[in-house]
Design a protein around this ligand. Sequence first.
Ligand code: HAM
Length: 426
Amino acid sequence: MSGEQGKKVISAIKGTKDILPSEVRLWQIAEATAREIFELYGYRELRAPVIEPTELFERGTGASSDIVTKEMYTFTDKGGRSITLRPEYTPSVVRAIIEHRLDLQPQPLRFYYIGPMFRYDRPQKGRYRQFHQIDIEVFGEKDPAIDAEILEMAHRLLSSLGVTGVFTLVNSVGCKKCRPAYGQKLREAALAVKEQLCPDCQRKSELNPLRIFDCKVESCRALAAGFPRITDFLCEECREHFKKFREYLDLYGISYRVEPTLVRGLDYYTKTAFEIVTEEAGAQNAICGGGRYDDMVREFGGPDLCGIGFAMGVERLLSVARIKVPERSFVYFAYLGEEAKKESLKLARNLRSEGIECLVEFKERKMKDHFSRANKLGAEWVLIVGEDELRKGKFQLKDMTKARQFEGSLIELASIIKGKKILETG
Ligand code: HAM
């Protein structure tokens, strides 16, 4: 694309997007609501770097996952190290726990984080190359009550943001003890129909047959529907965990469907796996995904610390959220002349110290033009600063929404503005 002077215009990278001020309030509200809710359950924020050693995801997310095989933004830095823009957050938290010996703190450890992730996937509605996740992780809690509690927390967040029409899919993907026998049965089933599977699934049938369930190709899905189901192969411990987990979900009144083909696209899960999906979001209907990963910390050379968590995609969440954005309320200064302009600058400074948003524009205007400008900008209040007002130290404050006017000192007017704010929000 060329600009006015024929110069090439630079656009944002495919699959990324600017979040402009008109939209950013929704993001801020969603983020603030998530933080507030997570803190209520004892979660604390942990911020890890956006870039990590590539090996972290190869070993954590998993060598056979689509994310690692196809979707990572990986580059070699000037020191010759292989660096990756994180495609997900879970391995970073695991790394941070081991690096800072957070396992020595009282458990369970509860963390949350909100930020960008990067996957080189084919961009489409609901799927971006830079997207954002609201992520929570818990470490050191074996009890299936936590599996249900994090889902209850996810649902609380969704309903606080006006998301309706969601349903929850749950499964158990077993553990090191029971999965190998299941994997063998699955491999046999996949090999028996290998010729009919897509090339990708043919490869998966050898490497990790569980991944076949992720395939989007309709004929593969139809074949996979007839494959053995993990839920029939669970060991006693996994079966008991899954049963208890569902009992706790019932306790919270969370409706769910057991989906034995839900294996999730990441390699690390053990026992519980879940997704929250919505019909509204279209093809990319998973707004939240997560599960238990009891082996990851140990596999990274850390202590024997089990883990569980979820991540919500913020773009998908906002596409189905119904958030009421409060009207902005600010004071527009209508002044006449240089002296009044200077006084306005000082008054605005004082009002801002009271927590009141102010706008003093520097362009000279007639009083009538000030009012049409204030209207255009959507000012709730106009403070009139003219010669008379300066002399008396009393100002006229016009409430633009209710066509009423007040007169008083700055302090008096500040309390009127704040009083109305309290009345309206309280
Ligand atoms: P995930 O299922 O890969 O899990 O991603 C979680 C959520 O992130 C998805 O349900 C979706 O809403 C959003 N998401 C994923 N990829 C994209 C994309 N390309 N564009 C827009 N949104 C996307 C994880 O990432 C795990 N780390 C979750 C977890 C935490 N498991 C345990 N702890």
